[in-house]
Ligand binder design. Structure first.
Ligand SMILES: [Zn+2]
Length: 148
């Protein structure tokens, strides 16, 4: 009796699953409807329809969402007790500091020379950076915003 019942249940579940697959195959309509209604229900503004590029004021991006973080560093940058200078032009202030998703830190001088600084990492960056207040769609946009 148990066995018969279990078999019946399984057949029922299988029948259900088939019905579900069939419905999805034959009726794409529900999904179309959802997509068509989404912009209207999301409210005003065309930005809301592009989930990949949310404006900064809508959502604070997490580290997983971005290629990296960047900040401007006006004063001389001291690494291991020494004022760091650009190896190419010798500049020692007004850096853009990047912290990339792979944990690396890069320094970019005012003249645009960009080198990785292996003595700095994400932990250092987090200790020395303020809260993220802006999201930039491109590197150029970020540099412009930071005055470079
Ligand atoms: Zn330089």
């Amino acid at each position: 009796m148990f066995r018969r019942r279990a078999r019946a249940d399984r057949e029922f579940r299988e029948a259900q699953r088939d019905a579900l697959l069939l419905m999805q195959a034959q009726e794409p309509l529900p999904f179309d409807t959802v997509q068509a209604e989404a912009p209207a229900s999301a409210g005003s503004g065309s930005e809301a329809v592009v989930p990949d590029f949310p404006p900064a004021d809508l959502r604070a991006p997490s580290r997983q969402d971005v290629e990296g973080m960047m900040m401007r560093w006006m004063q001389p940058l001291v690494i291991d007790g020494e004022v760091h200078a650009c190896p190419t032009c010798g500049a020692y202030r007004d850096w853009i500091v990047f912290n990339m998703r792979d944990d690396s830190v890069w320094l970019r001088c005012r003249a645009g020379h960009q080198v990785q600084e292996p003595r700095l990492d994400t932990a250092w960056y987090n200790r020395n950076s303020g809260p993220v207040d802006r999201w930039h769609p491109t590197l150029e946009d970020g540099l412009r915003h930071l005055g470079h």
